[in-house]
Design a protein. Structure first.
Length: 160
């Protein structure tokens, strides 16, 4: 008689198992190439991402990187609101010879990517708690994580 309760379970790779930079970079490339609902607005090339920044982002694809980073943050931190995300993406405001203070990120640079990801079906609202990843978003991050792990394992195998 088989004991099904004690059989080995296969652990699928998740976003926790992959380096964050590699996941965000690959996810940004996927969002740019595959998902048509995620597109930078016209103001994205000329505006700063917050009051604490001195210049606009130098990367022309920063919108996709921000969207990918938001997806990863939603995966890791669960339901999270726009205000808490503004604090996460904020930074120090330089004030010359005065004391520096912490400033939040710009709201549009968080809210609009979340709205686009929601239209794409990757993010869903969780009542008053904020936004969370939908099932499709979780499976996308898990799939990309497994691809990254397979490539890194193949790369390590060929080096030896």
């Amino acid at each position: 008689m088989q004991d099904f309760g004690k059989s080995e379970r296969i652990q699928l790779p998740t976003a926790y198992d992959v380096e964050a930079n590699a996941l965000v970079e690959r996810l940004a490339r996927h969002l740019k190439e595959s998902i048509g609902d995620v597109t930078p607005p016209t103001w994205a090339l000329t505006s700063k991402t917050g009051a604490h920044r001195e210049r606009p982002p130098q990367n022309p694809d920063w919108w996709y990187v921000r969207c990918a980073s938001l997806l990863r943050k939603l995966y890791v931190h669960g339901p999270i609101g726009t205000q808490r995300l503004r604090v996460e993406y904020g930074g120090r405001k330089r004030k010359g010879t005065s004391v520096e203070h912490s400033k939040e990120s710009g709201g549009s640079a968080i809210r609009e990517p979340l709205q686009q990801l929601e239209r794409a079906g990757l993010v869903a609202k969780e009542g008053s708690k904020g936004r969370k990843l939908s099932g499709e978003g979780v499976s996308l991050l898990n799939r990309i994580s497994s691809e990254i792990l397979k490539e890194s394992a193949a790369g390590e195998g060929s080096k030896q």
